[in-house]
Design a protein around this ligand. Structure first.
Ligand code: SF4
Ligand code: SF4
Length: 465
């Protein structure tokens, strides 16, 4: 399995972190070794092209901030400043750097690198208080990203038999149910906001189809134009309305029912509309999620799909826990009851970077879904103007599906390569083996308790305060 990236340049000039301030009046004008020729990102060449087409040249989203130009110019004419517009992007979870790096990945399909290294805080909330352990000394690394060793990123969405039985003649005595496998542990989720008119949803569905993954979509939004991608769509239904969508159900491989009491009695009826249908149950990620998972694992569902909020937080509580803790709780509840192997767990909400996907799997998820990142790949700036019915500054509704689906494919190519890097460095060759492998990670709470606990005792104040 390989994802084919192809450069898909932005339609609008992306907002970059740095703006160049170039004091041209101090330029000597004739240096043979001008630093502009040495820029690894070709920024000044790009600036020149912008200048001849009379476009704004300042916004440098591909600049890697290596400061070579600032340091090496013999007349010191360069300064870097942070673009004020950059600071207004997104919010405190969907930070400007996440948007900026997502645009870069959707444009180039490449893993983002930072010339100036990581300058953020040592620890943060949620996944930012967890690190992957990629020590090369204790286990051999694998080389998947360059194709010299195959690292498998497949996951299953179908239920597995508990054990295999063999007859006396050693032929297989267990009826092995059909398998639904996807090549990447990430699926698409219909975003909760954003322009969904024009071809936006169709663009996402096409990308899901080309990648071989699945997309959760509201059944009401399904239209005839989606027919070529029907096998990759998972219509989200309720126990009250699924009978109205029998036609859609007959074309898909998997359908999702929203959790409600008595849902277990509906699964057979839903399957009668399409024998062999794989079923997911959509569950709000709240305090009851773990007990709900334990109850539903006894049913005939294939996958449990938990919905956190946009920031990856637990729902219906004033002190929400992050995905990192809730995934762990649900996974361990099933492990303790010897039920984990029976069912697949998928988590939605707040998956904003490739590392979130890897960390969610380490915590115990089988797979995750992305939503806002799909919009961002199409140049969305998370300005939320569409929520107020105002025009979209990047005209998302006019996006060409060929261009848009390639941008999403590029983003997934970069994410998968990052997953390969992480798994390769850990010496793991199967995404399914990464599930629940907390031994390959470190959590701030554990490190703090082990190192400072014996000296200072138990933490009494939350680190957020
Ligand atoms: S900081 Fe580095 S990457 Fe950015 S413009 Fe200067 S030389 Fe190029
Ligand atoms: S750019 Fe703004 S208006 Fe357009 S889809 Fe994104 S949030 Fe909505």
């Amino acid at each position: 399995y390989n994802i084919m990236m192809e450069t898909a340049p932005p339609r609008f000039h992306p907002v970059g972190k740095y703006a160049t301030v170039e004091f041209r009046e101090d330029c000597a004008g004739s240096c043979r070794e001008c630093v502009k020729k040495k820029c690894v990102s070709g920024i000044f060449k790009e600036n020149y092209l912008h200048a001849i087409s009379m476009e704004e040249p300042e916004y440098l989203y591909t600049c890697q901030s290596c400061f070579r130009c600032v340091q090496e110019c013999t007349r010191g004419i360069f300064s870097r400043v942070i673009d004020p517009e950059y600071r207004t992007l997104g919010d405190d979870y969907w930070r400007p750097d996440i948007l900026n790096r997502t645009w870069y990945q959707a444009h180039t399909g490449k893993v983002p690198v930072s010339g100036a290294g990581y300058r953020g805080p040592f620890v943060g909330k949620g996944f930012d208080s967890m690190w992957t352990d990629m020590s090369e000394i204790v286990r051999p690394t694998r080389d998947g990203i360059h194709g010299r060793e195959y690292i498998n990123t497949c996951i299953e969405l179908s239920r597995r038999p508990d054990r295999l039985k063999f007859r006396d003649d050693m032929s297989l005595g267990t009826d092995v149910p059909p398998i639904l496998e996807i090549p990447v542990p990430v699926m698409f989720q219909h975003p909760k906001f954003g322009v969904s008119g024009g071809n936006v949803l169709l663009t996402m569905a096409r990308a899901a189809h080309e990648l071989g993954t699945m997309m959760f979509i509201r059944a009401e939004d399904y239209a005839d134009a989606f027919a070529p991608y029907a096998e990759n769509l998972i219509p989200c239904l309720t126990k009250d309305n699924y009978q109205d969508f029998a036609d859609i159900i007959s074309k898909t491989r998997m359908a999702e029912l929203a959790y409600a009491s008595g849902i277990e009695n509906e699964l057979d009826k839903l399957r009668s509309l399409h024998p062999g249908l794989f079923i997911s149950i959509g569950i709000p990620l709240n305090k009851k999620a773990a007990s709900c998972a334990l109850e539903l694992v006894q049913t005939d569902a294939d996958t449990l799909h938990f919905y956190a909020d946009d920031h990856g937080n637990e729902l219906d509580t004033e002190n929400p826990r992050s995905l990192k803790d809730t995934i762990r709780e649900i996974h361990l509840r099933l492990v303790e009851n010897n039920m984990r192997q029976k069912i697949n767990l998928v988590f939605s909400g707040g998956i904003a970077m490739a590392e979130h996907m890897a960390k969610a799997i380490i915590c115990g998820a089988d797979g995750v879904t992305v939503d806002n990142s799909l919009l961002i790949a199409l140049e969305c700036r998370l300005c939320y103007l569409c929520k107020a019915d105002k025009p979209c500054p990047v005209k998302l509704e006019d996006a060409d599906p060929d261009w848009g689906s390639q941008r999403i494919i590029n983003l997934m190519c970069a994410w998968r390569n990052q997953l390969l890097e992480v798994m390769g460095a850990m010496g793991i060759r199967e995404a399914r083996r990464l599930r629940g492998e907390v031994g390959r990670s470190m959590k701030f709470e554990d490190l703090e308790a082990e190192n400072f606990g014996p000296i200072f005792g138990e933490r009494k104040v939350s680190g957020d305060k």
